[in-house]
Structures are given as C-alpha cells and as structure tokens.
Design a protein around this ligand. Structure first.
Ligand SMILES: C[S@@+](CC[C@H](N)C(=O)[O-])C[C@H]1O[C@@H](n2cnc3c(N)ncnc32)[C@H](O)[C@@H]1O
Length: 263
C-alpha cells in the first residue's frame, strides 16, 4: 500500500466529509471518527460471507457507490469489470482518489448517474450492489423495477435502513374493503408485521435526503414485487437476492387485477 505522503492527506481533507472510512495505508483513513465506527468495513465483515468469494470473470455494478468501498472489495474478489455509479460528484471524486491510491484506479469505472437512469448503461451485470440507497429515493419501487429490468442479470446485494416490526405476516391474495358480511375493515393493515413503508416528510437522523423507512416485511415484499428472490439474509437489513424467473412487470395487469367473473 502506498504511504500517506505526497500531499495525500491534504487531498483527502479537501474532499471531506467522507461517509466511507477507507484505509488508504500509511496510517491514513478517510473517516476515522465515523459515527458508525469503522464503517463500512465492520458492516461488510458481518455479511461478506454471503457474497461469492471468487468473482473472477464477473461484472459488478455498485449503485450509490459513494467513496467506492464495495467497488474495491469486489475488485479484490477478482471481478473482471466493476462500474460504480452515484449521482453526487463529490462522492465520485472521493471514490476516484481512494481507488487510485489503493492501486485500482484503472480497473474501476466511476460514472455520475442516477439509479433512475441505469438503462443508459446499456448492459447487465452479474452482481448489482444496491446498498443504502432505497430509503434516500422518492420513488423506491421504480428504482427496483428499473434495476430488475435493465441491469440485473443474476445477483443483487441489497440493504436498506428499516424501522418498525421485524416480524413477517402472511400477505393475503386479495384485500376486501370489509371483513365479509360486516362493515369492519380487515385487521391486517394494523398488524405491525404487515408490509409498511413509513414516509418521512421531514428529516430522519437530521438528514433531509431520507424519504422512506420500510419495515422488514415491506423490504421483502418490495423485493418480491420487483422480481427478486431473497436467497440469503445475513443481517436484519441485508439481503442477497437472485433475479426471479418472472419479473413483476411480466405478470401484466391481468394477473395483478385478475378479471372477476360477471354475475
Ligand atoms: C447512505 S450512502 C450508501 C453508500 C454505499 N452504497 C454504502 O452502502 O455504504 C447513499 C449513497 O447513495 C447515493 N445516492 C442517493 N440517491 C441516488 C440516486 N438517485 N442515484 C444514485 N445514487 C444515489 C448518495 O449520493 C450516497 O453516496
């Protein structure tokens, strides 16, 4: 690893604040006082085992790559092609500095692109990383649909901030207005384990860029509804998913709203 000489500390400081604490060698780390500790290294250590160890020949898309921690880790696992996208140019500048310093400057491609524009990439990736972005979006289900439709080929590593119940309730096939034979609304919407997306009109943890906080059931339902099947759940908020055979969109409106027989 290179030493922290030749103005590197100044370049790191000039790009502060950093959300990823990355060890650049020579005793230089990018966010040593991170409020979540040694983040995301410690978080990754807790679920790294569910990601294939050997990514030789595979392609990876890191959506909302921030300073590139996960992009570099996938490169370390041998990925042939890693593309990191983020809509914030300040984070991409951090990612470029970190990967260059760590010796991966030529092998990770960073692009300023929103998740809503992934179709512009024009290719599918063996592994899509979609960590820590969903709850920042005004249109989270749209983002999952676009990922499924345009860039995911096989695996997706997914993480979202979650709030509320960690329980799972059975999702009914249909939702009648009333319990049959009564004017009582069915009880499941008040079940804490029913899929719920909490809307954040103002700030969450002081951050106005947070819009939604799903409970666990909602995270899982949204993944299913956008054509992903969870194959591992190594942490409360982390899922490894596989692209399902049939994307939601291909079920078509007839399956979503099945034709009712006329009386
Ligand atoms: C909480 S950070 C997560 C960073 C990293 N993926 C991780 O899990 O450590 C959220 C990142 O998503 C990026 N982001 C937010 N909205 C985005 C969008 N519409 N398209 C692409 N990136 C976005 C932010 O700029 C930020 O870098």
């Amino acid at each position: 690893m290179p030493s922290a000489g030749e103005g590197l500390r100044e370049r790191v400081d000039a790009l502060a604040p950093w959300f990823h604490n990355i060890d650049l060698g020579g005793g230089l780390t990018t966010a040593p006082d991170h409020f979540l500790g040694d983040y995301p290294r410690e978080k990754f250590a807790a679920f790294a085992g569910c990601v294939p160890d050997d990514l030789t020949g595979k392609s990876v898309l890191d959506i909302g790559c921030n300073a590139g921690f996960y992009s570099v880790e996938m490169k370390r696992r041998g990925a042939a092609r890693v593309v990191g996208i983020d809509w914030d140019e300040r984070y991409l500048a951090q990612a470029r500095l970190a990967t260059e310093t760590l010796g991966y400057g030529d092998s990770v491609e960073f692009r300023q692109l929103s998740v809503y524009d992934v179709a512009k990439l024009g290719e599918r990736f063996d592994l899509v990383i979609f960590m820590g972005v969903l709850y920042h979006l005004r249109h989270p289900l749209l983002a999952l649909d676009l990922i499924r439709e345009h860039v995911a080929r096989d695996l997706m590593l997914f993480q979202t901030m979650q709030q509320g119940s960690t329980g799972l309730s059975d999702v009914p096939e249909d939702h009648p207005f009333f319990v049959p034979g009564t004017y009582t609304p069915p009880p499941y919407f008040d079940d804490p384990a029913y899929p719920k997306m909490h809307f954040i009109e103002r700030r969450f943890a002081g951050d106005w860029t947070n819009w939604w906080a799903p409970n666990r059931a909602c995270s899982e339902a949204m993944l299913r509804a956008s054509g992903f099947t969870a194959v591992a759940h190594p942490q409360d908020d982390v899922y490894l998913c596989r692209v399902a055979d049939v994307p939601y969109a291909q079920h078509g409106p007839a399956a979503v709203y099945p034709a009712q027989p006329r009386a």
